[in-house]
Ligand binder design. Structure first.
Ligand code: BES
Ligand code: MN
Ligand code: ZN
Length: 492
């Protein structure tokens, strides 16, 4: 996508133009000064359309006028701001997304004419950039002919500031799109080997990348993670990425991600229906990878380390079997009673490794860990668990701001008892109820006193309902949440 920033005095003359209308207390749509000029130029087509369609300018609602009279534009899109007092970043993102969605169906060139001073441009562009995402890599005949806008022009009173803000925020949007590509990629293309190799390219944006293959992992003692990948033809990998934009002696913030490139369930094999979705079981890793990529690309003043565990969970004669006991990197032994509860075995080792090696000031992990979190929260909230109550408000605020909300779930020692077993130090499942909590409680056994947050994104990162900012399968929910949370730690 190409972006240009112009002054309001130059009205757009090509493509589709977006004008903003707010809603007053009588629920009437009111065009801004720029919209009024367009209304005059079209012999009142805008106000007539508003009336004819009973358009009330509700937040993120749109009204389309094709080939407006008297102008060379392909279309005018009027987008509702709702009540201006209710506008916030999340709302503006949806407004930008829906306006762009309507405009890109008609034209390859989308113009935003931002007449309201109170409107921030970067959330609008964030919405547009996310809405513009397409996954059509494997369509040999591209089915979508419209919907390929490749130019966005912003007209505002603040062009220099708007450009500067977007120059930075654009990297965050790209982090999301990068993560969506990873999640959408089928598992025959994205396996633990090809995924690890892909991440090498991050060295180009100032991230130090280290690949640990099975030889190194065996030597280091990643017995839990390796037991998940041992049935696969692909070699398991751990990838360690470091970005140091902060003070030299400042402890990093750690991001840890579950990267199961395909989860068949292993010997405890899953039913066939819907199994294809399990190509997205590396979503947690994609979310943290997208976040560190965004932070590095926008040169955030913060130190971040990102560790992902890349494995494929397959049934085979070499696969782990229910009842097997493995020794984790922490030294704790784990009885594997269900090989489909594999994500926690991957995270156990990389959480331990990350805290021992980097001593981070905060450690966040992301995972598509349980179906139970989807039962609990549906597809609109991610679930999070933490051992540090001071992080609760920070995480919730970051999620609410960017429109990736998360809801706190409990950790408690009474849940802990049910993952005890006579056969090892811990087992990887409890009983039928509260499955997301038992998974989190298991992870906590591999976290010492590092402030830690586990985010279960199984319901939100893929296969969720369509939203203004995501019309496809992979949302990459979490990238913006983590990026925003970490940005609060940037030094001034
Ligand atoms: N990858 C799945 C969880 C999942 C389910 C992610 C649906 C996305 C959508 C995970 O590895 C898994 O299979 N969990 C089991 C755990 C159970 C066997 C204790 C589950 O949730 O059923
Ligand atoms: Mn599983
Ligand atoms: Zn899984």
């Amino acid at each position: 996508m190409k972006y240009t920033f112009k002054n309001l005095s130059e009205a757009p003359s090509k493509g589709a133009a977006v004008y903003f209308a707010r809603q007053n207390n009588q629920e009437e749509a009111l065009l801004d000064a720029q919209g009024k000029l367009a209304d005059e130029a079209t012999d009142r087509q805008l106000s007539r359309a508003i009336k004819a369609a009973d358009f009330k300018a509700a937040a993120a609602s749109t009204l389309e006028l094709i080939a407006p009279h008297g102008l060379k534009l392909d279309a005018i899109i009027i987008v509702g701001l709702g009540k201006v007092t209710e506008l916030n970043e999340d709302a503006l993102t949806d407004i930008g997304a829906n306006a762009f969605g309507a405009a890109q169906k008609i034209s390859e060139r989308v113009n935003f004419v931002v007449g309201h001073e109170s409107i921030e441009v970067d959330p609008i562009l964030m919405g547009a950039a996310l809405r513009g995402y397409k996954w059509d890599k494997y369509q040999t005949v591209k089915k979508v002919t419209k919907g390929r806008a490749n130019e966005i022009h912003v007209y505002s009173d603040n062009q220099a500031a708007d450009k500067a803000a977007w120059d930075s925020k654009q990297h965050v949007a790209e982090g999301v799109l990068y993560a969506r590509d990873l999640i959408n990629e089928p598992s025959n293309e994205l396996n633990p080997e090809t995924y690890a190799q892909r991440l090498r390219e991050f060295s180009k944006i100032g991230i130090e990348v280290e690949l640990l293959g099975e030889k190194e992992l065996t030597k280091l003692g990643f017995g839990s993670l390796l037991s998940v990948g041992q049935g696969s033809a692909y070699e398991s990998h751990v990838v360690v990425m470091q970005y140091n934009g902060g003070d030299k002696n400042d402890a990093p913030i750690a991001l840890v991600g579950k990267g199961v490139t395909f989860d068949t369930g292993g010997i405890s094999i899953k039913p066939s229906a819907g199994m294809g979705d399990m190509k997205g079981d590396m979503g947690g890793s994609a979310a943290v990878v997208g976040a560190i990529r965004a932070l590095a690309a926008r040169k955030a003043k913060v130190n971040v380390v990102c560790v992902v565990g890349l494995v494929e969970n397959m049934p085979s004669s070499t696969a782990t079997k229910p009842g097997d006991v493995v020794t984790s990197l922490s030294g704790q032994t784990i009885e594997n009673l269900n090989t489909d509860a594999e994500g926690r075995l991957v995270l156990a080792d990389i959480l331990w490794y990350t805290q021992e090696r980097f001593n981070p000031k905060v450690m966040l992990n992301a995972a598509t860990l349980t179906g139970a979190i989807v039962v609990a929260l549906g597809v609109h909230y991610g679930g999070f668990f933490t051992n540090d109550e001071t992080l609760v408000a920070k995480m919730k605020t970051a999620g609410d701001q960017v429109g990736e909300p998360i809801w706190q779930m409990p950790l408690h020692k009474f849940y802990d008892k049910k993952i005890d077993t006579p056969n090892a130090d811990v087992k990887n499942m409890a009983d039928r109820w509260g499955g997301a909590i038992y998974a989190a409680q298991f992870l906590q056994r591999f976290v010492n006193d590092t402030p830690w947050v586990h985010v279960d994104l199984a319901g939100t990162i893929m296969g969720a309902d369509k939203t203004p900012t995501n019309q496809g399968w992979a949302s990459a929910y979490g990238v913006r949440l983590f990026e925003r949370f970490i940005s609060e730690y940037e030094k001034d």
